[in-house]
Design a binder for this molecule. Structure first.
Ligand SMILES: Nc1nc2c(ncn2[C@@H]2O[C@H](COP(=O)(O)OP(=O)(O)OP(=O)(O)O)[C@@H](O)[C@H]2O)c(=O)[nH]1
Ligand SMILES: [Mg+2]
Length: 330
């Protein structure tokens, strides 16, 4: 019985196997679970992806958001004579700038009209027994918040060097793709025509100045020079130089003048995102002799504008720290 049953089972099995073979030979083998149209759809998606991919790879290489441009490390290399900020310092400074209030206070093309200079002149008149009714602008008293003494930082530089942009960049949170428009900027050189003052969180003031050189006027030069020579609140000047142009004769004579006035200054290279040949840039810095200058300014490299090529703004934390240090806030 056992044998018969076994035979019968074996013959059934063989028959079944033969049947399966016949079926399989007639049916085209397709991947399990994928019907034809889906395969086509998937193939066309893959095709689309590869076209897209090809298109990306043929564009100029972009720097990913994580990958820093090579020049960023020069901010450390060029300034290793100075005390490097600790992580806590950097965090403290960034926290302040990212959340601070920026208040536009005044603009002037005459040094004597700066509110606190007006107040000083009035005080002087009072001391000398002359009548003063403490008027400001002919009508009101000078508001205290415009004359309280706060340290001041001045941005100097050629027209179009990026002075107004760096001020905006400073008070813009890192993550933001567009900068805060505290100071107005323009592609047109000679845009800022007066000294403009911004109160930063009631800790210090940033002063934007009209550019020297192209499209500047002698009146604009006079107000800046008067400010440099007489302003007692001025703590530090930053001379902005477009990295792609390098130092001009005017930049060099401004720095000489600052040295002769005993005004401490640092140099900011702006528009680093425009540098194609970093070795050429380094050569320009070396040949300028700035690193051998007796005043030994810091060299801060920045880009205030982000682009697909340089998707982040760099160098600004170095500038923020330097400002805090010069105002005695750290
Ligand atoms: N690519 C690039 N462009 C920048 C950078 N900084 C400023 N710019 C551009 O340069 C132009 C001039 O910038 P401003 O900040 O107005 O320059 P400024 O020194 O204040 O110029 P004036 O007020 O005319 O003296 C604007 O079009 C800015 O967008 C930068 O780091 N990279
Ligand atoms: Mg400007």
């Amino acid at each position: 019985m056992v044998n018969i049953r076994c035979f019968s089972t074996c013959s059934t099995l063989r028959r079944d196997l033969d049947m399966i073979k016949t079926i399989v030979s007639k049916v085209k083998v397709e991947p399990a679970g994928v019907s034809k149209p889906e395969i086509n759809a998937a193939a066309s998606t893959r095709q689309g992806q590869s076209v897209k991919h090809q298109r990306i790879t043929t564009r100029p290489a972009k720097i990913s958001r994580q990958q820093k441009p090579e020049w960023v490390s020069l901010n450390t290399t060029y300034n290793n004579y100075f005390k490097q900020p600790t992580i806590q310092d950097v965090n403290k400074v960034n926290q302040f700038f990212n959340s601070t209030t920026v208040t536009y206070e005044w603009s002037t093309n005459e040094f004597e009209k700066i509110p606190s200079e007006l107040a000083r002149a009035r005080e002087h008149e009072n001391v000398n027994g002359r009548v003063s009714d403490k008027l400001y602008g002919g009508k009101t008293k000078i508001p205290f918040n415009l004359i309280n003494e706060l340290p001041e930082i001045l941005f100097l530089g050629r027209s179009n060097a990026g002075k107004s942009s760096i001020l905006n960049n400073l008070v813009t949170e890192f993550g933001r793709s567009s900068v805060v428009e505290a100071a107005r900027t323009s592609k047109r050189a000679g845009f800022t025509k007066t000294l403009n003052c911004f109160n930063i969180g009631n800790k210090f003031r940033l002063i934007d100045s009209p550019g020297y050189g192209f499209r500047s006027t002698s009146n604009q030069g006079t107000v800046t020079m008067d400010y440099l020579e007489n302003r007692k609140e001025l703590r530090r000047c930053y001379v902005l130089v477009s990295a792609n142009h390098g130092f001009t004769k005017l930049d060099l004579s401004v720095m000489e003048h600052l040295t002769s006035l005993g005004r401490p200054f640092e140099v900011i290279f702006t528009k680093m995102d425009k540098i194609r040949d970093l070795e050429k840039f380094k050569m320009m810095v070396k040949e300028s002799g700035i690193q051998d200058s007796p005043t030994l300014p810091r060299l801060i490299l920045t880009n205030s504008v982000s682009s697909p090529k340089v998707p982040k703004r760099y160098g600004i934390d170095h500038l923020r720290y330097s400002i805090f240090e010069s105002c005695g806030l750290i």
